[in-house]
Design a protein around this ligand. Structure first.
Ligand code: CA
Length: 225
């Protein structure tokens, strides 16, 4: 099993490498973020131990880059104490586990073995329809590379339309999937939100990704309109 350790503190990196090697792992070490990202992309590892605070490129950016490039290698993040926000972000962006420094090597090895047993399942990639993209992990939406800000409801609606791109979806179906099951208001709320979405992802770009199918519902064009 080959492990990449991305850690800039030489003493810790060294201790990790020696400890993991003693446990039978093959270990590569990267001492900064740029080198870490490069090695993670060039070599197929069974797991990556990734520090968050790194010179060059921080661990969260590396994680985003890797998941964005469909690299699903199990990743265990190392964080400083009191870094709850970093941990939440890391898990949202696709980290598999984390340890807070200082930690015991035995625990790290046990966690790594557990991650490797699970392997590297494919996670939902970024949804795309032409140049319209939506990343459920980072909650980001973009049209032609330009960021589009959506409210949570608009995001949920677009996500549902994009996951079912090409299908004609009735207002009732949309309502069931995007609104709370207890919502008993007017189905025309769908129409209202489709209008909001169009003003954000279609109109400013002179496109028409969201089509109205008369008498039936809506359909998101897989080519982005
Ligand atoms: Ca560090």
């Amino acid at each position: 099993m080959r492990v990449l350790v991305v850690e800039d503190e030489p003493a810790l990196a060294d201790a990790l490498a020696r400890g993991l090697e003693r446990d039978g792992f093959a270990v590569d070490v990267a001492a900064d973020g740029i080198d870490g990202l490069h090695q993670a992309r060039e070599t197929s590892y069974d797991a990556i131990v990734l520090d968050i605070m790194l010179p060059g490129l921080d661990g969260l950016s590396i994680l985003r880059e890797l998941r964005g490039a469909s690299v699903w290698t199990p990743i265990l993040m190392l964080t400083a104490r009191d870094a709850d926000e970093d941990i939440t972000t890391a898990l949202d962006v696709g980290a598999d586990d984390y340890l807070t420094k200082p930690f015991s090597l035995a625990v790290l090895v046990a966690r790594l073995r557990s991650l490797m047993r699970r392997g590297a399942p494919e996670r939902p990639a970024v949804l795309a329809a032409g140049d319209l993209s939506l990343d459920p992990a980072t909650r980001r939406c973009a049209r032609g590379g330009e960021a589009v800000t959506l409210t949570p409801r608009e995001f949920a609606l677009l996500e549902f339309l994009m996951r079912r791109a090409g299908d004609v979806l009735t207002k009732t179906t949309i309502l069931e999937h995007v609104w709370d099951e207890h919502y008993d208001g007017d189905a025309n709320v769908v129409e209202v939100y489709v209008g909001y979405l169009r003003k954000k992802v279609d109109v400013p770009f002179q496109r028409a990704a969201i089509e109205t199918v008369r008498g039936a519902g809506y359909r998101l064009r897989p080519d982005g309109g």
